[in-house]
Design a protein around this ligand. Structure first.
Ligand code: C2O
Ligand code: CU
Length: 548
């Protein structure tokens, strides 16, 4: 049994990594933070107390929260931050999700240290669609900075450039043996020969998509973003910040010690990247062995990871995922589309007349969707919408026609290169069926963008490199068993098409899950209007919403 109510105390806690100690923001002193457990369809209450020294919000990533945007968490979108000394009770309403998700801070870049796993078991009349694993282990990829993360955020936004690379990547909070002062604390996964384990892999990194692999072993993907997939066996996986993967690992190799490892994947060229690698150990116990023990080799074998810029490896992995789509897990892809949307995602640079640039804080770099670089309002959009407060946002988020330009060329018209700053939202009528093509452009830097939508899971019906072709590409859509996700990679100079039915009224954020891009404005806010009847209305706000 697990509690249906949790207490999360956000507080400064000293942690030692890479030979030095610093205070980090944690929940309940833990890093990574506590795991939250639920069964499919449960409602879980979390009492959040801010005992730290900065504003904070918490988000339950991938939980659709039907009709309940009030507890979703992104700062200035669905709530104002919880101030030091204050508290807020959040209600997490699970619906269709089953598998692995995670929770994280959604204020500035605090999620670097404020995050943890969410595990959603089948409801009590159901089982996994695969044989029950011997054990289940969360494996959380992360990033560690020697600097204070609040300072890193402020400096990056003020200087307008890329943030410093992190000092280390992490597996379950530990850098691994390739980093200084890290060997003895490395995460060790003990396995018994012949047994199968469920790894609940989460990428909590702030700025990097990752490749992950285990030496000499294959893994079988059985779930992604809390939705089951057709079993798919592979040597490596690609996982972006925000995404989760459920992986079955069978301990069927020669008993020994093996490394598992993860490193950054960066689409595009000439982009600063961190080429360091985090490791953990997969260690066979002697328990499962009949009549003999083994001596571990002094140098465990090391996995092969794709090259940091191997876009094909990334696209091939993501494109191989299929929904399970069996009788017990039927899918529901919208086939008749009422709302076609085409959104470009770009990193841009503003002009700097008279040495003063037009970007955030007067800086040069920005990021945008359809050339709107999102600016936070002063009170959250949900409140402004609900209480009809004027002047906080506009409803003129622009629609772009697909295929009008060659978005992946270098020579876009100037007005497509220079974004406008603004707080424009996209309003959707209740129950419209939406197809959204996300097109990466080749402006300042061609990066992959892991785009995340709050309030919904969506079907990924297509993905490709180059410019989206509105006549040819839709013919290749997978409408039979597309994966259901909450975060999808838009490949460098490529496109991704998603579909969802706008049946969750509320205010829902969509953004790149690389935090630098999110903070530079690669964000859209959707308002999904109420429909007819009580089940199509947003719930009323809780009494303790943090004041602005
Ligand atoms: Cu994982 Cu907007 O969040
Ligand atoms: Cu991005």
């Amino acid at each position: 049994a697990w509690p249906a109510r949790y207490t999360f105390v956000v507080e400064e806690t000293p942690y030692k990594r890479l030979c030095s100690t610093k205070n980090i923001l944690t929940v309940n002193g833990q890093f990574p933070g506590p795991t939250l457990y639920a069964r499919k369809g449960d409602t879980v209450i979390v009492d959040v107390f801010n005992r730290g020294n900065r504003n904070i919000t918490l988000h339950w990533h991938g939980v659709d929260q039907p009709r309940n945007p009030w507890s979703d968490g992104p700062e200035y979108i669905t709530q104002c931050p919880i101030q030091p000394g204050a508290n807020f009770t959040q209600k997490i309403i699970f619906s269709e999700e089953e598998g692995t998700l995670w929770w994280h801070a959604h204020s500035e870049w605090d999620r670097a240290t404020v995050h943890g796993a969410i595990i959603i078991y089948p409801n009590k009349d159901n089982n996994y669609p695969f044989a029950k694993p011997h054990a289940e282990i969360p494996v959380i990829l992360g990033e560690w900075w020697k600097e204070d993360i609040g300072k890193l955020y402020t400096q990056t936004l003020q200087s307008g450039g890329d943030p410093n690379n992190s000092s280390a990547f992490l597996i379950n909070g530990q850098p691994g043996h390739l980093y200084p002062c890290s060997e003895s604390e490395t995460f060790n996964l003990m396995v018994d020969y012949g047994k199968t384990y469920l790894l609940r892999l989460i990428n909590s990194a702030v700025q990097e998509i990752m490749f992950f692999s285990i030496a000499n072993h294959k893994v079988t993907v059985v779930g992604a973003d809390a939705s089951y997939t057709k079993p798919f066996t592979t040597d490596y996986v690609t996982i972006s910040p925000g995404q989760t993967l459920d992986l079955l690992l069978t301990a069927n190799q020669k008993p020994n010690h093996y490394y598992m490892a993860a490193k950054a994947y960066v689409g595009g060229v000439g982009v600063p990247y961190d080429n360091t690698t985090t490791t953990a150990l997969l260690q066979y116990s002697n328990r499962g062995l009949k009549n003999y023990t083994y001596t571990p080799s002094p140098t465990p074998s090391f996995p092969t990871l794709p090259a940091y810029n191997d876009t094909n490896a990334s696209v091939n992995f993501s494109g191989s995922l299929r929904s399970l789509a069996d009788n017990n897990h039927p899918i529901d892809v919208p086939l008749k589309i009422t709302t076609h949307l085409f959104y470009t995602v770009s990193v841009n640079s503003f002009p700097c007349p008279n040495n003063s640039c037009a970007g955030p804080n007067g800086t040069r770099f920005a990021a945008s969707v359809n050339n709107i670089s999102f600016v936070d309002p002063s009170i959250d959009i949900l409140q402004a919408y609900y209480y009809h407060v004027n002047g906080e946002f506009g409803t003129r988020f622009p629609d772009f026609p697909p295929s009008l330009f060659n978005f992946t060329a270098q020579d876009l018209p100037l007005y497509l290169q220079i974004p406008k700053r603004g707080t424009e939202v996209k309003v959707l009528e209740y129950n419209t069926t939406v197809e959204l093509v996300l097109q990466g452009t080749n402006l300042v830097s061609g990066d992959d963008h892991p785009m995340h939508l709050h309030g919904y899971s969506f079907y990924v019906v297509g993905m490709g490199l180059g410019n989206f072709d509105k006549d040819k590409d839709p013919l290749k859509y997978n409408l039979v068993d597309p994966p259901l996700r909450n975060t999808v990679i838009v490949p460098v100079n490529g496109w991704t098409t998603i579909r969802f039915k706008a049946n969750n009224p509320g205010v829902w954020f969509m953004h790149c899950h690389l935090d630098r891009h999110m903070s530079w404005g690669m964000d859209v806010t959707f308002i999904v209007k109420n429909g007819k009847g009580p089940q199509a209305q947003m719930l009323p706000p809780p009494p303790d919403m943090p004041p602005c």
